[in-house]
Each structure stands twice: as C-alpha cells, then as structure tokens.
Design a protein around this ligand. Structure first.
Ligand code: HGY
Ligand code: MN
Ligand code: MN
Length: 406
C-alpha cells in the first residue's frame, strides 16, 4: 500500500509508467526496504535491480524471485508489484526465522515490463534473456519521442553491470492472474505451466486531409473510416479463432484530430495472442488479408514483436506444485494469458510462476484488487518453492518445517 501511494490515481489505481519520476521513487523505496532487510542491491545496464540476500554458499547461483514495479497508465496496485514485494516478504520471513539458504536469494525488479510507454513489453527481461539486444532497448522511444536510454540516465538507474551477466540458478514470479479463472473456480493458487504466444503490430493508415464540409463523400480518403474497418477485422479474427485467441487495438492516434477535417492519417496498435503459435500465424495471415482489402487508404502494417508461446521448467513447476500441496491450497494448473517477465527469463533460466486470484479477474484497471489471504498464500507457495530450489530443505538446523508443513 505504501508503494501504491507513488503515482496513485483518483480511482484507487497506480499510473506509474517506466522510467518516470514515479518509477524512480518506487525503485528508491524498494531498494531502501531491501537494504533494511540486509540485501545488497546491484543494478544492470538497463536498470534491472537485483537485491541479494546472502546464502550459505554465495558461489552458488542465486534463486531469483521478482516481477516489475512499472504499471499501466490506469493500472492497479498489484500487477507486477505483488511479485516484487512477495520476494521481499520471503527475505523478511527467512530473516525472522533465521533460516539460511544454501544459494543466495535475489529479489528482482525488471525494467519496463508493461511496454505501455516503451514497446515491446517485457523489454529488459527480454534483453537479459538474450531475446533483444541492448541497443534495441536503449533506442526505444515513447509517443513523445523521449528515448529509453536518456530517460534511464535521467532517473539515475543506468547501472554498469552488463545486462544478462548476473546469473540466476532459477527464477520464480508471483502474480495476480489478471483473469477470472481462479476466482470462478474458487481456487487460491494457479500453478502456471507457461505463457501464451503474442504478436504486436504498428499500423499506419494514410488517406488525405480534407474539409469535412465541402468534400463530397465519394472520393474521400478517410483514414479513420479505413482504420475502423481494420479495428473490427481484429475483433472478427480473434472471434474466428476462438476460444483461445484474443485481439486488441489498445492505442490509436488520429491526425490531425480536428473535428472538421477528414482524418488523413491514423496510427494504431494490434495485440494478438494464442497459446498455439500456428494459430497466431493464421491470425497474422487473416490480418494481412484484411489490410490488402483496404482500397480507400494505404495501409502500412509492421509486426514489431513476435513472442512464441513458452513452457516453464518442469522442476520449477513441480516445486510450486509441491509447495501448494504442502499447504493444501485449492489450485489448478494453467497457462498465462498475460505476458510476464518470467515468460522471457524462462528462455534462459529454469522458471515458473504462481498465480493468485484478483477480484472479477480485473487488471490493467484501477479497480484491480486481491484478497490479503490469497496474496499470503501465493507468498507461502513461493517461499516453499524457493527453499526447495535453494536446497535449504533437508537441513534440519534450518527448522524449515515450522514454515512449511511436513
Ligand atoms: O502485455 C502483457 O501481457 C503484460 O501486461 N505486459
Ligand atoms: Mn505484470
Ligand atoms: Mn501488466
């Protein structure tokens, strides 16, 4: 709740975009909490933060536990933030119980997960995992032309450590589900086995500015009318490839955006997702066909990101499953509809996620909320899995049984 006060919105949410002053304030607060808990904080070239709690053997690669602190423009209090602070809560609990893990524990904050300001999403966990190169990330610009590299310098979080050089032995992420499944089935824990595939596009529709009063309808080259047909095509394609496909046009800029000028240019975004990459390819073809049918304006379609579906490491999924069973939480296995840093990290490091329900399945909305007992359950499962993976379990002197039922 203290973190939620930074860039708090009137409707109860958080609008804390990446590399803004609010992001810097959130990072500073997070780092101060981690240092209070005895962690050493290191920052890599893209501002990814690693707060390390020493283990018995610091030569062992740390177990990473984290998520992201940046939010959507009308975001909630829990998306991303829960996963970062769950990692901190685990460090505090280990401290309280004087438990020493074999491997160190790293609480991680990944830069620019949302992609709302600098596309694509999961950008810096993507560079860490070798999916994007450093210069691609540093050169990203936002809608106002501000450059990623300069904004990162400005907030003081351009570290020296090369991105990807800080090794992790495994990575775990707790997150609200951001969908209705757990709540609908009265389950507390989602044992996440992977993430669905995504394709992101930038579309530019070019027509011709004209006077709205004196220009006959025939012969107009109205870019917004053409763009509107394509928005409906995105909707129709997602419905055509039901039940697992989703398609969204979330961002649109109309130029000149004047009520008495026929719009000459429209730029908009497309977000397609499906657990099956082959279906994503057919959705791509269907979108290109819809573009080819547009004659009233010229359309430039650029696919800016293709993120294939990802499966999490069975050993990590099993650690989450075993901890869930130890606590007896009602749970289900599921594939994540939303993208997460874990979906990127999984391509380089053994990774898994744990979901907890959120009210009405709502997220990327100020009304986003979660029950404390569910958030606690997610932390308990994460703790159990982290102890297992950091091979602390089985050291009787650790007294782990008093936080993990036998
Ligand atoms: O796009 C996503 O799924 C995530 O919220 N960045
Ligand atoms: Mn998130
Ligand atoms: Mn999000």
């Amino acid at each position: 709740m203290d973190m939620a006060r930074i860039d708090a919105l009137p409707g109860g949410g958080c609008g804390r975009l990446a590399l803004t002053d609010g992001d810097r304030e959130a990072r500073d607060l997070f780092a101060s909490w981690c240092r209070e808990a005895g962690c050493t904080v290191t920052i890599d070239r893209l501002g990814n933060m690693f707060a390390q709690r020493p283990g018995r053997d610091n030569a062992l690669t740390p177990i990473g536990i984290g998520s992201h602190l940046d939010t959507q423009p009308h975001g909630g209090k829990f998306d991303g933030v829960y996963g970062v602070l769950a990692g901190l809560e685990i460090v505090r609990t280990l401290n309280d119980h004087r438990i020493e893990t074999d491997a160190p524990i790293d609480v991680v904050n990944w830069t620019n997960e949302e992609g709302a300001r600098f596309a694509p999403a999961m950008l810096c966990s993507g560079v860490y995992a070798g999916l994007f190169d450093l210069d691609f990330a540093l050169s990203r610009t936002d809608a106002d032309g501000m450059q990623f590299a300069k904004e990162l310098e400005r907030i003081g979080y351009a570290g020296d450590m090369p991105c990807g050089s800080h090794k992790l032995g495994a990575f775990l992420e707790a997150h609200i589900e951001q969908g209705p499944v757990l709540e609908r089935h009265a389950q507390v824990i989602g044992v996440v086995t992977g993430g669905q595939g995504q394709r992101w596009y930038d579309v530019t529709v070019s027509g011709r500015d004209a006077h709205s009063g004196s220009t006959p309808m025939a012969g107009r080259r109205d870019a917004l009318v053409a763009a509107s047909r394509l928005v409906l095509a995105v909707q129709d394609i997602a419905l055509e490839f039901a039940p697992d496909s989703v398609g969204t046009v979330g961002e649109m800029h109309v130029t000149p955006n004047s009520r008495n000028t026929v719009p000459g240019e429209v730029q908009f975004t497309v977000d397609f997702r499906n657990p099956d990459d082959a279906v994503l390819s057919r959705m791509d073809e269907a979108l290109r066909d819809a573009v080819a049918r547009e004659t009233a304006a010229s359309v430039n379609l650029q696919m800016i990101w293709h993120n294939p579906p990802v499966r999490f490491a069975p050993a990590c999924v099993e650690a989450i499953q075993a901890a869930t069973t130890a606590y007896g939480y009602p749970r289900r296995q599921m594939v994540s509809g939303a993208g997460h840093d874990a979906c990127q990290i999984a391509r380089k490091v053994p990774t898994a996620m744990v979901f907890v329900p959120c009210k009405d399945g709502l997220s990327h909305n100020e009304a986003e909320s979660a029950e404390q007992s569910h958030l606690e359950a997610g932390c308990n499962v994460l703790l159990g899995a982290a102890l297992h993976l950091s091979s602390a379990v089985g050291h009787p002197e650790n007294q782990t049984h008093d936080i993990i039922p036998a």
